[in-house]
Design a protein around this ligand. Structure first.
Ligand code: UDX
Length: 490
């Protein structure tokens, strides 16, 4: 919305939220999220044509176009638990829009929703709206990635707008197209039917996650054979039909979108009687633990027992933990391990579904003492994330306190050097630029020997670190003699 305000000075943009605290933060100098370049855009537009308000009803009532970007977490319980999207917030937003609208409105789905959500929203609006007030629903999925949001919005690969194929539907699509056309070239604004737009978002995220899981699966084979995953990915990506992006091997993908959207896709496939297609996409994500209510259902449909399914993204994380433990004489009990990076990727403080959570839990489970440093993640956040079980993340009311022994095993450091002091090993879990240029000789000097670096993002120059004296593990790269001699990891 800030970028729309920047690019369309004659359009008034009001961001509304029922949380007054959140709106206060948006009106302050300390914005509630860290995103490179966002401060600058907000500073330029706020008070001019960009406003933040908790008077939701008034501003929705006055608007011509309403973007709905409410949270759509994975359902924690009930029908479709663990897979289906929870549309509670969407439904209440639609009911509120219907209640306050006194003039025609274009309602835009910005949140990622299951295909066919627009149909349900249309029904709610049409049955609850006042007489004579018309609604048009558009699907306009957001493709920006965190950490590069402003850049992605200023120069998007494409903007996608789906609408009804009626005269009123086409007029609504055109109205939204006119907004984007202020800065996005015409040929990059794609218009489709509603269902194609809704499904394209889930499909795009599923394809992206699949690329990472494919290259991560290759990384294990590279380690076993002496191939270098970076060389393989480069050679594969040079094929213009495949392309070079999103082929960086890693400790596993994280973030709020991929897992949630693929689970959602899996559920939609199941609901449409397509178990083979559902199973295909399931391979890309993790071996999630089915909540009790879904267990029988899943067993019946696929003859699966809950914990049998080891999917590739989970596999990559446990492979990493196993590598750490096996390299250190098969035990990390009582050893200090420095974890550099906790966010799910660089340039964000977001930790939702970050692979660091599973890796840290794995290390803690093996009784390691973990010292964590991330330039954008607070100690509170780390403790909260490690205390929660997977399905609680969007439902913090179920927060369980961490056991006292586990709390003692985790500390948060103010810089990388402090985290690594006296440590036996360093695990790099987020690709922050600053980890490329740390003084590794200084870090080595302060560590226990032999000193290990486990690079889960392939950001360090492994050869240079080996010259210093480190034993280095890089995902998908030929192994040190030391690592080769250790028992194979599964
Ligand atoms: C994603 C989609 O990219 C975006 O289009 C959509 O709108 C929202 O979901 P985001 O979750 O912000 O965006 O981050 P993204 O850059 O896609 O990274 C997701 C995860 O994959 C991160 O943990 C990242 O580190 C990892 N990743 C990405 C890899 O491990 N290797 C890669 O080559 C690329």
């Amino acid at each position: 919305m800030a970028v729309i305000a920047l690019k369309c000075p004659d359009v008034e943009v009001v961001v509304v939220d029922i949380s007054a605290a959140r709106i206060d933060a948006w009106n302050s100098d300390a914005l509630p999220i860290y995103e490179p370049g966002l401060d600058d855009v907000v500073r330029r537009c706020r008070g001019r044509n960009l406003f933040f308000s908790s008077d939701v009803e008034r501003h929705v009532g006055e608007a011509d176009i309403v973007f709905v970007s409410v949270n759509t977490p994975t359902k924690a319980r009930g029908l479709g638990a663990g897979k289906a999207a929870d549309l509670t917030y969407w439904e209440s937003a639609a009911r509120m829009i219907a209640a306050v609208a006194t003039s025609d409105k274009v309602v835009v789905e910005k949140s990622t929703v299951p295909v066919k959500t627009a149909e349900a929203i249309e029904k709610i609006l049409d049955h609850n709206g006042r007489d004579g007030v018309g609604f048009q629903i558009l699907s306009n999925p957001e493709f920006l990635a965190e950490g590069t949001a402003i850049r992605d919005l200023l120069a998007p690969d494409r903007v996608l707008i789906g609408g009804r194929e009626t005269a009123a539907g086409r007029a609504a699509v055109q109205a939204l197209k006119d907004v984007y056309a202020r800065w996005v070239p015409e040929e990059r604004i794609l218009t489709t039917n509603l269902w194609s737009a809704e499904l394209s978002k889930l499909a795009a995220n599923a394809f992206l996650a699949q690329r990472i899981s494919s290259v991560n699966a290759m990384s294990a084979l590279c380690e076993a054979t002496g191939a270098d995953v970076a060389e393989v990915a480069y050679a594969v990506g040079k094929d213009s039909r495949i392309g070079a992006k999103f082929l960086n091997a890693s400790v596993g993908f994280g973030g709020s979108c991929f897992q949630k959207d693929i689970l959602n896709l899996v559920y939609i496939c199941e609901c449409n009687g397509l178990p083979e297609v559902a199973n295909y996409w399931k391979q890309v994500i993790k071996g999630f633990k089915f909540p009790a209510i879904a267990t029988t259902m899943c067993k019946d449909i696929y003859s699966l027992t809950p914990f049998q399914v080891i999917k590739i993204n989970d596999y990559q994380k446990s492979r990493f933990v196993n590598r750490v433990v096996s390299s250190m004489f098969n035990t990390v009990a009582g050893k200090k391990i420095a974890v550099l990076g906790f966010a799910f990727k660089k340039d964000t403080g977001d930790t939702r579904e970050t692979p660091a959570i599973d890796v840290c839990k794995g290390l803690i489970g093996d009784k390691a003492k973990v010292s964590i440093y991330d330039p954008q993640v607070t100690e509170d956040q780390v403790q909260r994330d490690l205390a929660m079980s997977k399905f609680d993340w969007d439902h913090p009311v179920h927060l369980q306190p961490m056991s006292p022994t586990a709390i003692k095993q985790v500390s948060v450091a103010w810089d990388a050097y402090e985290a690594a002091r006296d440590a036996h090993g360093v695990c790099i879990l987020t690709e922050w630029d600053e980890f490329r240029s740390l003084d590794y000789a200084r870090i080595y000097g302060g560590m226990q020997k032999p000193a290990f670096v486990f690079d889960g993002r392939n950001v360090v120059d492994a050869e240079k670190l080996r010259e210093i004296g480190f034993i280095v593990y890089s995902i998908g790269k030929p192994l040190d003699a030391w690592l080769k001699d250790m028992p194979a990891v599964a």
